[in-house]
Design a protein around this ligand. Structure first.
Ligand SMILES: *Cc1c(COP(=O)(O)O)cnc(C)c1O
Length: 425
């Protein structure tokens, strides 16, 4: 299958090229030329995760990877489970945080790293990525120690939790981390500038591993299928399934829409945001007017100019999916209430999932089964969760291991020229 640039549709590339390039000309996002639809979804759902995921991904990657290569990549990338936990009679959480960095981004980042390892033979690659929290850790761990690939991660200084920071700034080796004096959007703007500097991009083999990379999105399709596979084992009848997706850059939602377009029976989606509500306001007023990014306790979603939105909009406007997305903004107080309500139901959660849970509650309809995505382990937001619940929560091994390590980041202002000098040094 080929992939085309949504902004410059004449630019058509293979899967491997789309993965290596990240962004197309004029900062356009790559999009599959067609979306395969399965008429044997029930059969697919009966397969184990890795085998099913190979079948889901095969049509997208077949021109660049053999089925055997794909199977090896998926086996290495998805070496941890996604778990659907019932919360109530008609609500479940899909726990996506059982990977090495305890966040759903492990799925996409590990799949991408394994693909790039195959595609980057004898050719040096520099991954430059901006993170508002979890991308950094997932990317750093996914690429750590891979030959021929250097990783540079930008993050907004002082705006992510100490534990989050420790999860990706302490690895060293081929992983370089930069604390930028600015917001996440400033970091993202510097990444875009780097790609615009063609000579520089070519010189260092620049690649972005954030959620604009199509490989990450494709990987994320797989756990929507896994959710329904588990739900159909837990319930005799699937009914109307609704996903509530805690959204920042809207990559996760994009993957869900792909799953629906491929034939997975999903009725609709709720795109849940925190106070950074560009999308819910846009869906209400038709006006795209991002505000200044505000800091919230669900900080991985502190994004006011979500970079995957053009893909979502394309899928709806071109009829690839029906009008199946509503969007709700959840404020800080409601987020805290969500964490408390979930705790009363016997479930310790964290702010991102709580945003999705509250958004789901507001929009649930009779006869629906709601699944909200648990995008991070509560221990990653230990301080916030402990202060909301007034009770201590334990640290899983992954976090305890890095808590005592030294942060190796350098500080830089939000200035591309200084970043360039640093990378070239
Ligand atoms: C990245 C992230 C999100 C937002 O996902 P997008 O695909 O950017 O919308 C939500 N929750 C957590 C914990 C994250 O790390």
């Amino acid at each position: 299958m080929q992939f085309y640039n949504l902004k410059e549709p004449d630019e058509v590339v293979s899967f491997s090229q789309a993965v290596k390039q990240g962004l197309g000309k004029n900062q356009g996002l790559f999009f599959p030329a067609s979306i395969p639809a399965f008429d044997n979804v029930d059969e697919l759902l009966s397969l184990p995760l890795v085998e099913r995921s190979v079948q889901i991904l095969k049509p997208f990657v077949a021109s660049c990877l053999t089925e055997e290569q794909l199977k090896q990549i998926v086996t290495k990338a998805f070496n941890f489970p996604a778990q659907l936990q019932p919360i109530s009679e008609n609500q479940s959480i899909l726990e996506l945080f059982h990977g090495p960095t305890l966040a759903f981004k492990d799925f996409g980042a590990r799949f991408m790293a394994q693909c790039l390892q195959v595609f980057s033979k004898d050719q040096k690659i520099t991954i430059l990525t901006a993170t508002s929290g979890d991308t950094g850790a997932a990317v750093a761990h996914a690429f750590h120690g891979l030959d021929n690939i250097d990783v540079v991660i930008l993050y907004p200084k002082g705006k992510i939790s100490l534990l989050q920071e420790k999860m990706f700034t302490t690895l060293g080796g081929n992983i370089k981390t930069v604390a930028v004096e600015g917001s996440f959007d400033d970091c993202q703007a510097m990444v875009k500038q780097a790609f615009d500097d063609k000579a520089f991009a070519k010189q260092v083999g620049l690649n972005s591993a954030n959620s604009i990379n199509i490989s990450r999105l494709l990987a994320q399709i797989c756990y929507y299928f896994e959710a329904l596979a588990q739900l159909s084992r837990q319930k005799s009848k699937l009914g109307d399934v609704v996903f509530s997706v805690p959204s920042g850059n809207f990559g996760n939602l994009t993957a869900g829409l792909f799953a629906k377009a491929m034939g997975l029976p999903i009725k609709r989606f709720v795109a849940a945001t925190n106070a950074n509500d560009t999308v819910p306001r846009y869906l209400q007023t038709g006006e795209w007017s991002p505000n200044e990014t505000v800091a919230t306790i669900s900080n991985a979603m502190d994004v006011s100019n979500p970079n995957n939105w053009p893909r979502v909009e394309h899928m709806i406007k071109s009829g690839i999916v029906d009008e199946c997305v509503s969007s709700v903004s959840i404020d800080e107080e409601q987020t805290q209430t969500g964490v408390i309500q979930l705790n009363k139901l016997g479930y310790i959660s964290e702010p991102h999932a709580a945003v999705a849970y509250k958004a789901l509650k507001y929009s649930s309809e009779e006869g629906e089964h709601g699944i909200f995505l648990g995008t991070a382990h509560p221990a990653k937001f230990k301080d916030v969760v402990e202060s909301i619940l007034g009770q201590p929560i334990g640290l899983p091994k992954e976090l305890a291991d890095c808590a005592g390590e030294t942060i190796l980041s350098v500080d830089l202002p939000a200035d591309f020229d200084q970043l360039k000098t640093y990378i070239l040094a």
